[in-house]
Design a protein around this ligand. Structure first.
Ligand code: HEC
Ligand code: HEC
Length: 325
């Protein structure tokens, strides 16, 4: 050990100079501050990038002729973008029961579910949304919403809400079963038949690299590239994507819950399928090559955390050598 220290002699001279402690300390504090700024910058970037990104997307949506009710003559929806203008349409007794293509099949809940749905709505929903679902001062009108919207809010546990004054209804364990959600969706849809129906995503031939590109372009600004979620403006947030099922991811994309934009004409069903595959296969099951994930905040932050600890250890070594001298 002493031989090793003697080998370090020139270094020791530098390290034991009277500037060592202040310099080492300022390096430690400086790196710490830098790490903090970078980590914080990342969070801020996500937050401020969110609404900005959303505006960009909303503009794109408007150009595609959707989501702009003030437009007097909206151009026709492109084919296979979540509406019944799809390459496959399935009728039973003259009624459209499903539509879609090989990537996504959108299915209406059966008519026979309507009476049970009305009873459930009366019990669990009418106190806020009104017995005819047209809304009250406590909650919005639901008439004219497609089955996918109702199914999303009920199966993700957002509805029935616990606190109607919350800025945003949180995801929580579902109070009603999947079948009950479909029954309510069937009844609401019977009041004013609408789209989209419930998406069943066929993930078999999904392209994960296309999914990744689409995700970085359309979703990462709000949900972050790892899907961990992030704060948006005014106390709202883009939630983590770790719990959503394939149907819920497709429903979110096609219906735009809360402050999320609705992606319709600008994403084909094939693209939605690739996105769903990327979220449910890659984001929900990240492959970790080893080491600590540090919450998966990203390689830059992880590098700086390493540097922070590294400089800390160096400082301790400098103290130790200084003391020995
Ligand atoms: C305690 C009051 C309350 C109850 C009970 C309730 N809701 Fe809601 N609901 C709300 C509020 C408030 C919102 C708006 C929340 C938001 O935007 O985050 C909402 C939003 C929704 C939305 C989204 C509307 C849209 O335009 O996107 C749906 C769908 C919905 N509720 C369905 C239901 C169903 C179905 C039930 C019964 C199972 C239910 N709600 C029970 C208060 C309630
Ligand atoms: C402008 C920001 C924004 C963008 C862009 C955005 N989202 Fe969202 N997303 C949100 C918000 C906000 C919510 C929660 C809405 C609520 O609960 O009121 C949400 C909810 C979700 C949910 C529901 C999660 C759960 O577990 O309940 C999924 C899934 C989702 N988004 C997927 C996506 C995908 C995929 C994309 C890209 C195609 C995307 N989002 C783009 C803001 C965004």
């Amino acid at each position: 050990m002493t031989r090793l220290l003697r080998g370090l002699h020139p270094l020791r001279r530098v390290l034991t100079g009277r500037f060592v402690v202040p310099v080492a300390l300022s390096a430690l504090v400086g790196t710490g501050a830098l790490t903090f700024v970078l980590l914080d910058g990342q969070a801020q970037g996500g937050a401020s990038g969110g609404p900005g990104g959303a505006n960009g997307i909303l503009v794109a949506l408007d150009q595609a002729g959707t989501g702009a009710p003030q437009n007097p003559t909206p151009p026709k929806q492109p084919k296979n973008t979540g509406t019944s203008n799809a390459s496959v349409r399935i009728y039973r007794h003259g009624r459209l029961v499903a539509y879609g293509n090989s990537a996504i099949l959108y299915e209406y809940p059966p008519q026979s579910y309507i009476p049970a749905g009305q009873a459930l709505f009366e019990t669990f929903c009418s106190s806020c949304h009104g017995t005819d679902a047209s809304g009250t001062s406590r909650a919005p009108n639901l008439v004219g919403l497609g089955p996918a919207t109702v199914d999303f809010w009920v199966t993700t546990g957002r509805m029935p809400a616990e606190n109607p004054n919350a800025v945003q209804a949180p995801r929580k364990p579902a109070k009603l079963t999947d079948k009950q959600a479909l029954e309510i969706a069937a009844w609401v849809n019977s009041l004013d038949p609408s789209e989209p129906a419930i998406p069943h995503v066929n993930l078999k031939h999904a392209n994960l690299s296309d999914g990744f590109n689409l995700f970085s372009l359309n979703c990462a600004a709000c949900h972050t590239i790892t899907g961990a979620g992030d704060a948006l403006a005014y106390g709202t947030y883009a939630p983590s994507l770790r719990s959503a099922t394939p149907t819920q991811v497709a429903e979110a994309i096609r219906t735009g819950p809360g402050n999320m934009p609705r992606f319709t004409g600008n994403l084909t069903d094939k693209q939605v399928r690739d996105l769903v595959a990327y979220v449910t296969e890659k984001i929900q099951h990240p492959s970790n090559p080893g080491g600590f994930a540090l919450g998966g905040v990203g390689p830059v932050a992880e590098g700086f955390v390493a540097l922070l600890f590294g400089v800390g250890v160096l400082t301790l070594v400098a103290y130790w050598i200084g003391e020995r001298a």
